[in-house]
Design a protein around this ligand. Structure first.
Ligand SMILES: *[C@@H]1O[C@H](CO)[C@@H](O)[C@H](O)[C@H]1NC(C)=O
Ligand SMILES: *[C@@H]1O[C@H](CO)[C@@H](O)[C@H](O)[C@H]1NC(C)=O
Ligand SMILES: *[C@@H]1O[C@H](CO)[C@@H](O)[C@H](O)[C@H]1NC(C)=O
Ligand SMILES: *[C@@H]1O[C@H](CO)[C@@H](O)[C@H](O)[C@H]1NC(C)=O
Ligand SMILES: *[C@@H]1O[C@H](CO)[C@@H](O)[C@H](O)[C@H]1NC(C)=O
Ligand SMILES: *[C@@H]1O[C@H](CO)[C@@H](O)[C@H](O)[C@H]1NC(C)=O
Ligand SMILES: *[C@@H]1O[C@H](CO)[C@@H](O)[C@H](O)[C@H]1NC(C)=O
Ligand SMILES: *[C@@H]1O[C@H](CO)[C@@H](O)[C@H](O)[C@H]1NC(C)=O
Ligand SMILES: *[C@@H]1O[C@H](CO)[C@@H](O)[C@H](O)[C@H]1NC(C)=O
Ligand SMILES: *[C@@H]1O[C@H](CO)[C@@H](O)[C@H](O)[C@H]1NC(C)=O
Ligand SMILES: *[C@@H]1O[C@H](CO)[C@@H](O)[C@H](O)[C@H]1NC(C)=O
Length: 679
């Protein structure tokens, strides 16, 4: 553990140092390491590893080279200007802004300089002296003249090339420039593998495909942020990790199962929900770990994958399930912007709670789950983890486009309508069967949050008993939580069996003389004994109809629209542990100062997590603070995040985002940090 913290601390410090006025340090030389299986180059500059997309370079340019020019690969920096006299100041200010705003670029890329200008330009004496101070050995001139102690290469036809670091390869009449990616160590083991855009013109991604012997961990390739300056798409250059349930063309989808990966081909298309991220300018950096087939398995029940680590507290806390890799990676890495997960029963909301990050279960039907391995077709949803409320909202509003709403035949519900207004709720519902928070030290944090909410939005707090309210109703379906839970169970069992289980079990048996596939215990007994006479399409359709009855009741009686409010109320509850630590190691959770996850509150009939999967509502996990505990792992005081869940009527997601944005404006909600503590 100590090793991991040291490594990640070092990484954080090295990227956040601002070097604008630093003296020139000796450049680290280019060191080729190996080619990966896809023909791309792994190289090092000092201690830092990189990938260069040399198989499919970003640009190949016609050029005239000096006869003596070496043809080896060389790290170069592309600088674009529009001045006619390029001086030391021109170069120095460009390099300073690169260093300040990007973690991939370093002055080690000044072995070569590629300079272009929109006007006829030349390098003046100060610029040439500046390059000499870096021992720049090669200068690529695109519409620029200049002569110094370096080889010059005249670019004949300049291309639409973004500024930033590249790996150049010089041929006799051409220069190719490959995009570079810095390789970060996945020290918390949240990823299955890193991946990058193949740039083959066929929309493929490639796995990184190498294991560097100097590290235990997967390496994750992230491209320079400078490439995206001037790209005004909402997610331009944002680094996004994907739960390994979603298809990305060129990558294997495993669902967290090696057996499933063994019998299924590499994805030949990309899920529309992931394509939407790419179209918005986002960058897919890898596939992440999950509880196998999106089950709710506890950390100690994982067999096929090694359970990821949570950076919070003592480093021994749970990441929950099933989007475990996603939540913990966002709490861990400054170099990662977003992680995509899914939520059927709690799988976005609980990982967000235990990692102290923002994460949501959107309204049922919000975004297409085509080409995503299902758990329950009519209960699955897709969400995104983020540290920053503004960035989280920006992503969500761009990603959840109306064009990607699910068909009513998928949800079994009325069409989804998602107004983006300030028609805020008037009532804060405080369910006495779910609150107060279990740790009495955490409840004052919640009370302060409620006070702020009531003040800022002029809302009234209403205590009520959720269970009694539902049971008081007379509808045989809507007021019977046992019936609604049973319907949800049918939905969640059938889709996964129909798409994954049946095929895996029968294919494995035919390949291996009748053997059952090696899968985690979360699914083994259910799939071993699956009875299609009991659970089948007809039962699924009936369950969907029951769910619809429940949703219609909920939207009429419990959380409803009024002329002033999209959702008259926002309901609060906690999907986490109420401010107690919950550990990856089972036995540690038996202590009275710790907690298991998914504990049914004493007087409730269903867990809070189950409310929105049943009633279709939107449920967001929001970090609001932290409380101390004494760790039996580090034997030191540590902090555990405190979060709260905010629930609104189906379709009122964007109104809730607008509310959260206002809370951030007021300083009530904050960006959480990476590492041991969220605040
Ligand atoms: C340039 O080369 C000289 C001589 O090898 C060396 O002392 C100096 O540190 C180098 N400068 C950089 C920035 O690498
Ligand atoms: C020249 O570049 C500067 C800085 O990039 C920019 O602000 C300015 O608009 C550019 N001018 C022209 C004429 O392109
Ligand atoms: C993609 O793969 C599926 C099977 O996984 C296959 O049915 C389909 O024809 C393939 N599509 C293309 C365009 O190759
Ligand atoms: C919804 O699904 C039905 C049945 O599969 C199909 O006929 C219809 O075209 C779909 N509608 C949309 C908007 O995709
Ligand atoms: C606050 O809400 C109450 C009703 O709950 C209303 O009477 C009052 O005018 C509102 N105040 C403001 C400032 O909107
Ligand atoms: C809520 O109502 C249920 C059903 O009437 C009851 O069993 C339970 O004790 C109540 N919970 C609280 C905290 O009052
Ligand atoms: C139950 O219903 C009755 C009659 O409509 C109503 O008076 C009572 O307040 C309700 N109780 C709860 C807990 O909703
Ligand atoms: C709820 O439905 C189940 C059958 O699904 C039934 O056994 C039970 O009695 C019902 N409960 C109530 C309170 O009506
Ligand atoms: C499967 O379910 C049907 C219907 O409930 C039942 O009659 C049958 O005995 C079950 N089969 C097994 C093997 O349990
Ligand atoms: C740590 O261990 C002590 C002694 O067994 C126990 O009393 C305490 O509750 C434990 N603390 C936590 C946070 O689990
Ligand atoms: C609260 O914590 C105690 C002690 O760990 C535990 O027994 C109880 O189930 C917890 N309650 C909830 C609702 O999490």
């Amino acid at each position: 553990m100590a090793g991991r913290f040291l490594v990640s601390l070092w990484a954080t410090v090295s990227v956040s140092i601002s070097v604008s006025a630093t003296p020139i340090v000796k450049r680290n030389p280019y060191t080729f390491v190996l080619n990966n299986p896809y023909g791309d180059a792994i190289f090092e500059l000092g201690e830092v590893s990189y990938l260069a997309n040399t198989k499919h370079p970003k640009a190949v340019l016609k050029a005239t080279c000096e006869p003596s020019t070496s043809t080896a690969a060389i790290p170069v920096t592309v600088v674009k200007t529009n001045v006619s006299s390029i001086t030391k100041a021109t170069l120095e200010s460009a390099i300073a802004s690169y260093l300040d705003n990007d973690d991939v670029f370093s002055t080690d890329f000044l072995d070569g300089l590629y300079i272009s200008s929109t006007v006829k330009a030349s390098l003046d004496a100060s610029a040439i002296e500046y390059l000499a101070s870096y021992n720049t050995s090669m200068v690529f001139l695109a519409g620029v003249s200049g002569k110094g102690k370096f080889s010059t290469i005249s670019i004949k036809a300049s291309a639409e090339l973004s500024a930033g670091p590249y790996l150049a390869t010089v041929g006799s009449n051409s220069v190719s420039l490959a995009s570079v990616y810095r390789l970060y160590e996945d020290t918390y083991r949240t990823f299955l593998f890193g991946a990058y855009d193949t740039n083959d013109g066929l929309d493929n991604h490639s796995p990184l495909g190498v294991f560097l012997p100097k590290s235990w961990h997967n390496m994750i390739p992230v491209p320079s942020r400078i490439y995206y300056w001037g790209d005004d798409r909402p997610l331009a250059g944002e680094r996004v990790a994907i739960k390994d349930l979603y298809d990305v063309k060129g990558l294997q989808t495993s669902g967290g199962s090696q057996a499933w990966a063994r019998i299924t081909p590499i994805a030949n298309g990309t899920a529309p929900s992931v394509q939407q991220i790419l179209d918005l300018g986002g960058v897919v950096v890898g596939k992440q770990k999950l509880a196998q087939f999106a089950s709710g398995a506890n950390p100690w029940e994982w067999q096929d994958e090694h359970y990821p680590f949570n950076p919070r507290g003592d480093g021994w806390l749970t990441c929950s399930a099933s989007s475990s890799g996603g939540g913990c990676s966002i709490a861990a890495y400054d170099w990662l912007d977003y992680a995509i997960g899914s939520d059927t029963g709690s799988s976005m909301r609980r990982p967000a709670a235990v990692s102290g990050t923002y994460g949501q279960r959107p309204s049922q039907g919000m975004i297409s789950l085509e080409r995503v391995l299902p758990l329950g077709g009519a209960t699955d949803t897709a969400g995104v983890f983020s540290r920053d409320p503004y960035k989280w909202i920006k992503f969500a509003k761009a990603w959840y486009s109306a064009s990607l709403h699910q068909n009513v035949s998928v949800t079994g519900l009325s069409p989804l309508v998602v107004p983006d207004t300030d028609a805020f709720p008037k009532t804060i519902l405080y369910p006495i069967d779910y609150l107060p928070l279990n740790n009495s030290a955490a409840e004052p944090i919640l009370q302060e949050f409620i006070g702020n909410l009531a003040r800022i939005f002029n809302m009234t707090v209403k205590e009520f008993n959720f269970t009694a309210t539902i049971q008081n109703f007379t509808d045989p379906v809507a007021s019977n939580l046992t019936t609604l839970i049973a319907a949800t169970t049918v939905i969640n069992t059938w889709s996964a069996w129909d798409v994954i289980g049946r095929r895996l079990v029968s294919t494995w048996a035919s390949l291996f003389e009748g053997r059952f596939p090696p899968i985690d215990p979360a699914r083994r007994p259910g799939w071993r004994a699956f009875n299609e006479s009991r659970t089948n399409l007809a039962a699924y359709v009936e369950a969907q109809a029951m769910k619809n009855v429940g949703v219609e009741w909920y939207e009429k009686e419990l959380q409803y629209s009024t002329p002033e409010s999209c959702s008259e109320s926002v309901m609060l509850y906690d999907i986490g542990t109420g401010g107690l630590p919950s550990f990856r190691e089972q036995g540690l959770n038996d202590s009275p100062d710790a907690s298991y996850l998914a504990v049914l509150p004493k007087t409730a009939k269903i867990t809070g997590a189950n409310i929105c999967p049943i009633f279709g509502c939107a449920d967001f996990t929001i970090p609001i603070g932290q409380v101390p505990y004494f760790s039996n792992v580090t034997f030191h005081e540590e902090m555990v995040p405190v979060t709260i869940n905010m629930v609104v009527k189906r379709g009122c997601d964007f109104v809730l985002y607008n509310m959260i944005e206002k809370l951030a404006d007021e300083g009530v909600l904050k960006t959480v940090k990476t590492g041991r503590t969220a605040f």
